[in-house]
Design a protein around this ligand. Structure first.
Ligand SMILES: Cc1ncc(COP(=O)(O)O)c(C=O)c1O
Length: 404
C-alpha cells in the first residue's frame, strides 16, 4: 500500500510566511490575459525598459573570454570592492574600506545578508511605509518584528521624525531608510536625515539600513547618503546595486557596505546562501563604475520626461492625490477617493479590487498599495515607453470615471 504524503504539511512555518505578493500576482494575471489575446499595458514591474549599456555588456563578454568564469571570493573580487570603496567616497562622501564591502547576487540578497546578520527573534525593525515590499519579508524571514510606521500623500510619503522617535524601544535595532523611495519616489532631504541622525545618536543599539539603489534616478533635490552625516558611518549599512541606474536587473549584482564585524557576518550569510557573486558580472561592474556615464544620464533624462508626463496625467484625474516625484521611476497616487464606489454592480472596496478591475476591464496593470503598506494608493512604474504611458493614463482615467 502506498502512503499518501501531504507535502503541504512539510512546508516550514518560515516558508509558509513568505508571501510572493501582489506584484507577482498582477504580473502573472497580465501574462495570462495577454496569452488570451488581450491588449494589456503593464506598469507593474520595477525594471528599466532600457538595455544594459554596451560598454558594460562588452566588458562582461571580454571577462568571459578571458576565463573569469570560476567561483569568486565570497565577499567579491578585490578590484570591485576597491572600485566601490572609491565610488562611495567620491560620489557619496562615505569612507568605507574595501574590506567593509560585501558583494551579493543582487541588492535584494545584500538586504537579506544585512538583516540576517543583525536581526533575531527579539529584535524590532522600523520600516517606513510606503515601503519596498521586500523589507518586511526580510525581517520576518529573520524572525524579527517589523514595526511599520505609516505616512500619507500629504506628508510627501515621509514619516515625520517625531513618529519615528515615538516608535523606538529598547528592542529597536534597525531603521530601514530608502531614498529615493520605491514605491513613492520620495527623496529625504539632508535636514530630514539630520533629524534621524539625532535619534540614532541617542540610541546606541540602533543601526540604519540605507537603501540607495535609486541614487542615479534623481530629478530634483540632492542625493544624501545617510552614512555621510557626522558620526553616522559606523551606524549605517549602505546598500546599493547595479540593477536600476545601470539597467542591469538580470545580472544580479548588489552590495552592502558596513563596519567590518557586520561586513564579516554578511559574508558568512552570503557563504551559506550562495557563495560569491558571478565573477564576470563583477568584472563588468568595474567598467560600469569607472566607465563613461552617458547612458546612465540619458536614461535619467528619459525617466524625467516620463515623470512629467505621468504627473500631469494623474493630476488631471479628479480625486487622485499625488505628491511630487523627485526620484525613481514610480508614481504612487492616492486613489482612496474611489474606494467604496461601484463598477456596475460590483463594489470596489480595496485597491486590490480596483487594480484587478482596471486590469480585467480596462487593460492596464498596476500594483495595489497593500503590497507597500499603503492600502489607499496604487503604484505605476513609468519605466515604459511614452506611448504605453499615455495609453495607460487614458485607461486609468476612463476606468476611474466609470466608478459611481
Ligand atoms: C528599493 C529597492 N531596493 C532593492 C531592490 C533590489 O534590487 P536588486 O535587483 O539589486 O536585487 C529593489 C528592486 O526593486 C528596490 O526597489
Amino acid at each position: 500500500m502506498t502512503i499518501k504524503i501531504d507535502h503541504f504539511a512539510l512546508i516550514s512555518p518560515r516558508a509558509n510566511a513568505a508571501d510572493e505578493g501582489a506584484i507577482i500576482r498582477m504580473s502573472q494575471r497580465t501574462r495570462e490575459l495577454r496569452a488570451l489575446g488581450h491588449d494589456v499595458v503593464a506598469l507593474t514591474i520595477g525594471e528599466p525598459d532600457f538595455d544594459t549599456p554596451l560598454n558594460i555588456r562588452d566588458a562582461a563578454k571580454d571577462a568571459m573570454d578571458k576565463g573569469f568564469t570560476h567561483y569568486s571570493p565570497v565577499a567579491g573580487i578585490p578590484e570591485l570592492r576597491e572600485a566601490i570603496a572609491e565610488k562611495l567616497l567620491v560620489e557619496n562622501g562615505l569612507n568605507y574600506r574595501p574590506s567593509e564591502i560585501v558583494l551579493a547576487n543582487g541588492t535584494k540578497q545584500a538586504i537579506n545578508n544585512s538583516v540576517l546578520s543583525l536581526i533575531g527573534p527579539d529584535d524590532e525593525v522600523i520600516i517606513l511605509a510606503p515601503y519596498w515590499v521586500s523589507y518586511e519579508g526580510s525581517v520576518k524571514f529573520a524572525q524579527g518584528t517589523p514595526v511599520v510606521l505609516r505616512s500619507n500623500v500629504e506628508e510627501g510619503y515621509k514619516v515625520p521624525v517625531a513618529r519615528i522617535a515615538a516608535a523606538i524601544t529598547a528592542k529597536t535595532k534597525l531603521i530601514i531608510l530608502n531614498s529615493p523611495c520605491n514605491p513613492t519616489g520620495a527623496v529625504w532631504t539632508r535636514a530630514e536625515l539630520e533629524e534621524i541622525a539625532v535619534l540614532v545618536r541617542a540610541h546606541p543599539q540602533l543601526m540604519v539600513l540605507s537603501d540607495e539603489i535609486y541614487e542615479y534616478i534623481l530629478f530634483d533635490g540632492e542625493m544624501v547618503s545617510f552614512g555621510s552625516l557626522p558620526g553616522m558611518l559606523e551606524r549605517t549599512i549602505t546598500l546599493n546595486g547595479f540593477s536600476k541606474g545601470f539597467a542591469m536587473t538580470g545580472w544580479r549584482l548588489g552590495y552592502a557596505a558596513a563596519p567590518e564585524p557586520i561586513a564579516k557576518a554578511m559574508g558568512r550569510m552570503q557563504s551559506i546562501i550562495s557563495a560569491g557573486a558571478n565573477q564576470f558580472v563583477q568584472r563588468a561592474a568595474i567598467t560600469a563604475l569607472k566607465g563613461p556615464r552617458d547612458d546612465v544620464e540619458k536614461m535619467r533624462v528619459q525617466y524625467k520626461a516620463r515623470r512629467d508626463l505621468v504627473l500631469k496625467g494623474l493630476r488631471a484625474i479628479d480625486g487622485v492625490k499625488i505628491a511630487d516625484i523627485p526620484g525613481t521611476f514610480y508614481a504612487f497616487p492616492d486613489v482612496s477617493a474611489y474606494l467604496g464606489k461601484h463598477a456596475g454592480n460590483h463594489l470596489i472596496e480595496t485597491t486590490d479590487q480596483l487594480c484587478d478591475w482596471l486590469l480585467e476591464k480596462h487593460g492596464v496593470s498596476i500594483v495595489p498599495g497593500t503590497a507597500f503598506g499603503a492600502p489607499g494608493s496604487v503604484r505605476l512604474s513609468f519605466a515604459a515607453s511614452e506611448m504605453d504611458l499615455k495609453k495607460a493614463l487614458t485607461r486609468i482615467a476612463q476606468g476611474l470615471r466609470e466608478l459611481i
